[in-house]
Design a protein around this ligand. Structure first.
Ligand code: SF4
Ligand code: SF4
Length: 358
């Protein structure tokens, strides 16, 4: 479990105070940054548990000396979802391993009542027949994201410590045989440990009938630095991704770059050098991060984790749409981003290229 976050709501409040004198009374008023409840318009990330069966040395939610495990009580989940009304997407994708959550069926049933689509991110080690039955029996679960990082056994073992590539491969193969309504994709975090092996992923994906691989960039923090896991240079990223794309085109597998994937120069070189007939999915350029307008998250200790930044979680005073989606944290983020006062926590964020581009 992670307890140290470099930024907090207080940092946002300080920055907010410093820009107020440049704003009109209307622009200053935080209540003007509220969003209205619209059924089926917003997305929520949920950490069901901080427990995990693996011990990845780059895990964003791990920290030395803090081994406390938290589980989101199902009653708390019910209160939160009831207060939020109807959402577009609920994603069980934060913190620990969702498949380890003891009340997963109840959580999926509850989420199904409150969202159009459900998504789970998993390391796939526990995706046995019983788990596959449960997931396939959840009609609203449409997306299963399988974290893998490398199809090379050595690089996989270094990244997914405690996991076995052969187990993941067997579980995915069995799952795919079910021919379900659930779309599967592989997800890889690019670091200096796996960069040279990424090009093996398309063939691996194709052999399992998986049609999409998404790539995200490492967000360095204390735990990853302690384990000597770092990001890669733009040159390394570009060269290996060109190999990945060439392999993916051969295997008829789609490659998707996360919004926070890389600097714009890297993305532009990839775009220029990729065969235009191949559908490389690159997120559209936006001139600011719009995440606080459409998404927020709850961690397994029941606190609000405003977005994917390095901001410390905050207590939720009221389980309602206003109490969560119009929490002061989100109002401050919206106001600061809207007025181009990009918080330091955003500059560290993997979405930073978006925020800095203004
Ligand atoms: S599988 Fe995910 S949650 Fe678990 S240790 Fe690895 S990165 Fe962290
Ligand atoms: S850029 Fe800022 S607002 Fe956007 S996701 Fe990152 S931390 Fe959140």
């Amino acid at each position: 479990m992670r307890t140290i976050f470099p930024f907090s709501i207080r940092d946002l409040e300080e920055l907010n105070g410093s820009i107020d004198e440049t704003l009109s009374a209307e622009e200053r008023d935080l209540s003007n940054y509220k969003i209205a409840y619209l059924p089926g318009a917003y997305s929520l990330g949920i950490g069901l548990t901080s427990r995990c069966n693996l011990n990845c040395p780059f895990c964003y939610y791990r920290e030395r000396g803090h081994n406390t495990v938290s589980m989101l009580p199902i009653a708390r989940l019910r209160d939160i979802l009831t207060g939020l009304g109807q959402l577009r997407l609920i994603s069980f994708s934060l913190e620990g391993e969702a498949l380890l959550y003891p009340g997963l069926k109840d959580a999926l049933d509850l989420a199904s009542e409150h969202a159009e689509i459900l998504q789970i991110t998993t390391n796939g080690q526990l995706l046995d027949d019983g788990m596959a039955d449960l997931l396939c029996g959840t009609p609203k679960l449409r997306s299963l994201i399988l974290s893998i990082d490398s199809a090379d056994p050595g690089a996989y073992a270094a990244m997914r410590r405690g996991g076995k590539l052969s187990t993941l491969e067997r579980n995915i193969r069995n799952f795919q045989k079910r021919n379900t309504h659930i779309f599967t994709e592989l997800y890889a975090i690019v670091t200096d440990r796996n960069i040279d092996t990424l090009h093996t992923l398309p063939e691996f994906a194709a052999s399992l009938g998986i049609k999409l691989i998404s790539f995200g960039k490492l967000r360095e923090h204390g735990w990853s630095r302690e384990h000597q896991i770092h990001g890669v240079t733009d040159r390394q990223m570009t060269d290996e991704m060109l190999r990945v794309i060439a392999e993916a085109q051969k295997e008829q597998v789609q490659v998707k770059l996360a919004p926070y994937f890389a600097d714009r120069t890297v993305v532009e070189e990839l775009r220029e050098k990729t065969d235009p007939s191949y559908g490389l999915f690159i997120p559209p350029d936006r001139n600011f991060c719009d995440m606080p307008w459409s998404f927020t998250a709850i961690l397994s200790d029941g606190r609000l984790f405003p977005c994917c930044g390095d901001f410390s979680p905050a207590e939720i005073e009221e389980c309602s749409f206003d109490g969560i989606f119009n929490h002061k944290y989100l109002l401050l983020l919206r106001k600061l981003i809207k007025h181009r006062a990009v918080p330091e926590g955003c500059l560290e964020c993997r979405n930073c290229r978006v925020s800095r581009s203004s």
